[in-house]
Design a protein around this ligand. Structure first.
Ligand SMILES: [Zn+2]
Length: 113
């Protein structure tokens, strides 16, 4: 009896295989397209939060970003039985080790203050 997993997109069962989370190419594309669309909606607000902080704070940008994430999650619950709509955090970070690198500033062989 093959071991089964549930497709992250449609919930259908499929035979478990390493690094496989979808029952079909269509489901993988649909899942990734939703991530791209949601990411594009978040991008401008997050960049303003990070690099135009005073304006973003005045406009309540971080609250809007959190509201957007909550709305995405509510859509997942209503339309996709709550299946996860984001990639595994560990996998995302492992693909980008530079994001966790610690930078140090050395000056004349000593740590800069
Ligand atoms: Zn599927």
């Amino acid at each position: 009896m093959p071991r089964l997993d549930a497709c992250l997109e449609c919930g259908a069962e499929f035979e478990r295989a390493p690094n496989r989370e979808f029952c079909s190419v269509k489901c993988r594309k649909d899942w990734n397209n939703r991530r791209m669309k949601r990411g594009a909606e978040l991008y401008d607000l997050y960049m303003a939060h990070r690099f135009d902080r005073a304006n973003a704070q005045a406009l309540g940008v971080f609250q809007a970003v959190n509201r957007m994430a909550s709305n995405f999650r509510a859509e997942d619950a209503a339309e996709r039985a709550g299946r996860r709509s984001w990639r595994a955090t560990r996998a995302v970070l492992e693909e980008r080790p530079y994001l966790r690198a610690v930078t140090t500033r050395m000056r004349m062989g000593r740590m800069a203050q």
